[in-house]
Design a protein around this ligand. Structure first.
Ligand code: FES
Length: 273
């Protein structure tokens, strides 16, 4: 059992939890993920490591309350425990040797982007961050991004905070201002990542995307998280979650993502009753 030591609502639908898990805290790196099962009979869900404290032996997770299992997880309070917390899984984001990077996060994907931006900043890389949200009330982690970014652009769809517009408009502007990046790292909704990759291609920039499909075992056995990358089948849990943006078949990934909606609706119903 893994004790919850802190819990905070970052916005009405996104929660941060700090979990006591010393062995995972010792090894975790940005980009890796955890498989969580709130209760013994819950489904297993992957959540990316949003931070860790190696001395305290804790791991941060940030999740959006969207389905049955995240509702169950959110029902737990400080002092209670999650039943399973397995990881770190997946490959860490490769950040070594990068000198100037643009990190583009969308919505709750910003929770995954933040530890990567931090790691880049700590190794002396120039970090420009672009974060996008639907509106001001969904904004998360602004101060944390500001602390590890040489430049931060906040975008909202409705213009209620920062600049009105999509993240790709900010990326276009940064490039037009003369910024050249070794790499653009993007994490967020599939449709956003697809268009960030297209924008990078237009500017001749390399991109890495963090894929977060449905996962079951998290060990490459079940095939649930498969994707087509460069014409080959890859498993996000063991080959990723990061992939070369130019090679990912986003349309297929989006179609697969919708296959599970009826099951998710049932799970949500069960969690609500
Ligand atoms: Fe089962 Fe990746 S989650 S193969």
């Amino acid at each position: 059992m893994y004790k919850i030591t802190e819990k905070a609502a970052l916005n009405p639908t996104v929660t941060k939890m700090v979990i006591e898990a010393p062995l995972i805290a010792k090894k975790a790196k940005p980009g890796q993920f955890i498989i969580v099962r709130p209760f013994e009979d819950s489904e297993r869900i992957p959540l990316t490591v949003a931070g860790y404290d190696r001395e305290k032996g804790t791991v941060d997770i940030i999740f959006q309350i969207v389905g049955g299992t995240t509702m169950e997880l959110n029902s737990l309070e400080v002092g209670q425990s999650v039943h399973d917390f397995v990881g770190p899984l997946g490959r860490a984001t490769e950040v070594e040797g990068l000198k100037k990077v643009c990190v583009v996060g969308g919505g709750v994907g910003c929770a995954i982007a933040l530890p990567i931006a931090r790691e880049l900043h700590e190794q002396g890389c120039v970090v420009h961050s672009v974060v996008g949200f639907r509106s001001k009330d969904l904004l998360i982690l602004e101060d944390e991004f500001r602390a590890c970014s040489d430049e931060l652009r906040v975008m909202t769809d409705d213009g209620s905070y920062g600049t009105k517009g999509v993240v790709t408009a900010a990326l276009d502007e940064l490039v037009a201002a003369g910024n050249q990046y070794d790499l653009v790292i993007t994490i967020g909704p599939l449709i956003m990542m697809k268009f960030v990759v297209k924008t990078c291609q237009k500017h001749g920039l390399k991109s890495i995307v963090s894929m977060n499909p449905i996962m079951i075992d998290g060990t490459g056995m079940c095939g649930g998280c498969r994707l087509t990358v460069g014409g080959e089948t890859k498993f996000a849990c063991v080959d990723g979650p990061d992939f070369d943006g130019d090679l990912v078949d986003f349309d297929e990934a989006m179609a697969r993502g919708t296959m599970y909606r009826p099951f998710e609706a049932k799970a949500r119903e069960k969690a609500c009753n």
